[in-house]
Design a binder for this molecule. Structure first.
Ligand code: HEC
Ligand code: HEC
Ligand code: HEC
Ligand code: HEC
Ligand code: HEC
Length: 286
């Protein structure tokens, strides 16, 4: 019987097998990349909004605090988007004729909310709450970036599971004093940028994060009050017996010059769970 395929088609078959393999791999890699790409995660994109609201103008320019508009961020899972009334507080007087603000005026007149396009939107099967993050030493900027410099809002981070887990595995690298939550320009402590922290009386029943107070100026050079409070500690032990009882205990400040030290101090004082507990599936998928 005559050969239907000549010898060269053998090589062709082998080559096409290899090629198919390569295509499958390439497709897999592409899909994986695509899944993480900004096209899917919408990271960095500025969606069309009914009104081109600028955080840069309102936060950096006018000095408005985040809570002025996102009123529930500390006490609920949602930060919340402000109602039209909040805008009208000012825009009944300012820029009243601007075409840009027409949707705001229409909303005020009809009572129908402005329909903002969501920039961050986790799937429904993921549980997230602002309250715990904000009260345990994470700044808005840690997750949302420099909002005060954004003319139009975009997502700084992917919000993918891996991003959440990266912090849940080692929260210490991101923790800051709770007094710095809204500080957009907060930087990690360093040799030339130390932070001093003291812990208050932890028996008072205060939420632990609030019983830690931190300052960015050397508390021992804060004037006569603090200096005199520290007297009994400095050598005069012999005669200090009764004096020590009269003077209220000065909070003992610890100095931190690196994020690693500060982070671990806060980790224990904020009573943050172990990485093992924080990465278990039930935390986010309930
Ligand atoms: C004057 C009111 C106002 C202030 C002050 C304000 N925001 Fe907003 N914010 C808005 C409005 C309105 C939107 C919805 C429109 C948009 O996404 O740009 C929004 C949207 C956001 C979003 C995205 C919401 C989404 O769709 O996912 C984030 C994040 C945010 N703000 C963070 C902040 C932070 C952080 C601060 C403080 C540095 C702040 N905002 C201050 C009014 C305000
Ligand atoms: C505390 C007062 C105040 C509040 C509250 C406020 N604005 Fe403004 N807004 C201003 C001022 C002042 C300007 C002019 C800023 C400039 O030109 O630098 C302005 C400007 C604007 C502009 C023109 C473009 C720009 O950013 O310069 C838009 C659009 C706008 N605001 C939308 C809103 C919306 C929407 C809200 C409610 C979520 C809001 N504003 C809340 C004071 C306010
Ligand atoms: C640990 C990370 C993290 C921190 C810290 C954080 N956010 Fe968010 N924020 C998110 C995530 C994730 C979403 C999306 C939530 C969703 O889709 O359910 C979001 C959504 C928002 C929204 C959209 C409306 C809403 O409630 O979903 C606003 C506004 C907002 N954040 C403001 C803030 C402000 C203001 C702060 C600081 C006080 C802050 N966020 C701190 C992660 C964070
Ligand atoms: C920058 C760090 C950081 C990021 C990013 C982060 N978290 Fe957290 N998360 C924390 C810390 C710290 C806690 C507090 C843990 C504690 O107190 O034990 C926490 C707690 C939680 C809790 C526990 C709430 C409760 O009441 O038990 C949930 C749920 C959670 N995070 C979900 C998420 C999700 C979902 C994302 C991503 C969209 C995310 N987190 C991103 C640091 C982070
Ligand atoms: C810190 C919060 C957090 C923890 C802990 C967590 N997940 Fe997720 N998970 C997420 C978020 C956020 C998403 C949504 C990702 C997206 O939208 O791209 C997600 C998505 C998923 C998905 C959907 C497929 C995908 O990748 O988008 C599966 C399946 C899943 N998680 C399984 C798990 C399992 C199993 C565990 C325990 C080993 C776990 N998750 C622990 C936050 C978490």
């Amino acid at each position: 019987m005559a050969q239907i395929f000549d010898r060269s088609s053998n090589a062709l078959a082998r080559a096409s097998l290899v090629l198919t393999g390569l295509i499958v791999i390439a497709l897999g890699v592409t899909l994986d990349q695509l899944q993480r790409s900004p096209w899917v995660t919408r990271q960095g994109q500025r969606p069309d909004q009914p009104v081109p609201f600028s955080h840069k103008h309102h936060v950096q320019g006018l000095g408005l605090q985040c809570q002025y508009c996102h009123v529930t961020v500390e006490k609920s899972s949602y930060a919340g988007i402000p109602p039209t009334k909040t805008c009208i507080n000012c825009h009944a007087q300012i820029w009243t004729n601007a075409q840009l603000l027409e949707p705001v005026r229409a909303s005020w007149a009809t009572g129908e909310s402005v329909v903002w396009t969501k920039v961050h939107d986790l799937p429904d099967f993921v549980y997230f709450s602002h309250e715990i993050h904000v009260n345990k030493g994470l700044g808005c900027a840690t997750c949302h970036g420099r909002v005060d410099q954004m003319p139009l809002m975009y997502a700084q981070n992917t919000l993918q599971m891996e991003w959440c887990l990266d912090c849940h595995r080692n929260p210490a690298k991101n923790l800051r004093p709770t007094g710095e939550t809204y500080n957009m320009a907060w930087e990690k402590p360093a040799e030339d940028r130390p932070v001093w922290c003291a812990t208050g009386d932890e028996k008072t029943g205060l939420p632990t994060a609030e019983s830690v107070s931190c300052v960015t100026k050397d508390p021992s050079s804060a004037g006569p009050e603090v200096a005199s409070l520290q007297m009994p500690l400095s050598g005069a032990r012999g005669l200090a017996g009764d004096v020590g009882a009269a003077v209220p205990a000065a909070p003992a400040y610890t100095k931190f010059t690196s994020q690693d030290e500060l982070g671990h101090f806060l980790l224990s004082h904020y009573k943050i769970r172990t990485p093992r507990e924080l990465t278990s599936c039930e935390v986010c998928h309930r």
